[in-house]
Design a protein around this ligand. Structure first.
Ligand code: SAM
Length: 276
C-alpha cells in the first residue's frame, strides 16, 4: 500500500495538515522529531471518537492511582498528555496535574476534552528533550503513558529525555512509564489477539514492518481510513537499564498491571522508577 499523502485544506486561518506524510520511503522515517507530523488532526479526532474513555478507565482500573497514593504522591506531571486521558483521570481523583506534550494539536484536544468534563487542564507545550526549559516546578511523579517513549528513535534522545524527567522530580519522586511489549513482537512475532488492545474493537492496530530499530504500526478505522506510526521497538530490559544508568535507584516493571507474568504474555509493560 502506498503511504497516505499530505494534503492541506484552507480553513480560513492556518492551513491544516490532514494527512500523514512519510515521503517516498516510509521505512526510512526514524527521527525523534517526526511525532509532531504523525499526530495529524484527523488521526487524533478519529482516535478519540472511537476509543471509549470509560472502557479504557475500566480496563486500567485504579492501577496508576493506587501506585501514586501508596507512595503519598499528589503532584503529577503528565509529560505525554496526548488527548488528556490520564490527566483527566488523575484530576478527577483529586491529584494536582500539569499536562505537558510536545504537540500543540494534542494539548488543544486535551484541553477541550477536559473542558467537556467540567475540568480545566493546566497545560504546557514542552518537548521532553528540553522539558525543564519550559516546566519549572519539581513534581512528586512524572507519568509518560500510552506507549509514548517509543517515539524517540535515537539513544541520545532517550537518555536526554530520561535525564529531563529525572530532573523534574523531587528528590523522592517517581517516574511511571509504559511501553508495548516489543520483546514479544521481535522475538515471537505479533499475535493478532493483541490487535485491539485498549482501542475497543473499532480500531485495529498491528505492526506492518518490524526490525531492530523500527516498528511501523498500521491503524485501521471502521471507515477504512489508515494511519501509521513509526516507533522504536524498546526492549524491556534496555529501558530498565537506561533508567538505572540515568540515576533511578529502583525500577519495578509490571506486565499488563500485574506484578508476576511470563515475559512474552503481556501487551504492555509499566515501569515504576524511584529516584531514591
Ligand atoms: N498518553 C496519551 C495516551 O495514553 O492516550 C497519549 C499517547 S500518544 C501515543 C504519545 C504522545 O507523546 C503524543 O501526544 C505526542 O505528541 C507525545 N510525544 C511524543 N514524542 C514527544 C516528545 N519528544 N516530547 C513531547 N511529547 C512527545
Amino acid at each position: 500500500m502506498t503511504g497516505p499523502v499530505e494534503t492541506r485544506v484552507q480553513t480560513g486561518a492556518e492551513p491544516e495538515i490532514t494527512r500523514q506524510n512519510y515521503g517516498d520511503d516510509p521505512l526510512k522515517v526514524r527521527q525523534s522529531d517526526h511525532y509532531q507530523k504523525e499526530y495529524v488532526k484527523s488521526f487524533v479526532e478519529k482516535w478519540d471518537e472511537l476509543i471509549d474513555w470509560d472502557a479504557r478507565a475500566e480496563s486500567e482500573g485504579q492501577f496508576f492511582i493506587d501506585i501514586l497514593r501508596a507512595r503519598g504522591k499528589t503532584d503529577v506531571l503528565d509529560v505525554a498528555t496526548g488527548t488528556g486521558f490520564h490527566s483527566v483521570q488523575l484530576l478527577k481523583a483529586g491529584f494536582q496535574v500539569t499536562s505537558a506534550d510536545g504537540s500543540a494539536e494534542m494539548l488543544a484536544k486535551a484541553f477541550e476534552n477536559a473542558r467537556q468534563r467540567g475540568l480545566v487542564l493546566h497545560t504546557a507545550l514542552a518537548d521532553w528533550r528540553a522539558l525543564n526549559r519550559d516546566i519549572h516546578g519539581r513534581y512528586d511523579a512524572v507519568i509518560c503513558l500510552g506507549n509514548s517513549f517509543t517515539h524517540l528513535h535515537d539513544e541520545k534522545d532517550r537518555r536526554r529525555a530520561l535525564a529531563e524527567f529525572y530532573a523534574a522530580l523531587k528528590h523522592d519522586g517517581i517516574l511511571i512509564m509504559d511501553q508495548r511489549n516489543y520483546d514479544a513482537i521481535l522475538d515471537v512475532g505479533f499475535d493478532s489477539k493483541h490487535k485491539y488492545y485498549y482501542c475497543g474493537d473499532q480500531v485495529s492496530a498491528a505492526p506492518e514492518y518490524v526490525d531492530d530499530s523500527l516498528a511501523r504500526f498500521r491503524y485501521e478505522f471502521p471507515d477504512n481510513s489508515v494511519y501509521h506510526l513509526n516507533m522504536f521497538p524498546l526492549r524491556k530490559n534496555y529501558v530498565r537499564g537506561l533508567m538505572t544508568e540515568i540515576g533511578f535507584q529502583r525500577v519495578r516493571t509490571y506486565g499488563d498491571f500485574q506484578e508476576t507474568y511470563n515475559d512474552h504474555d503481556p501487551d504492555f509493560f509499566i515501569h515504576v522508577a524511584e529516584k531514591s
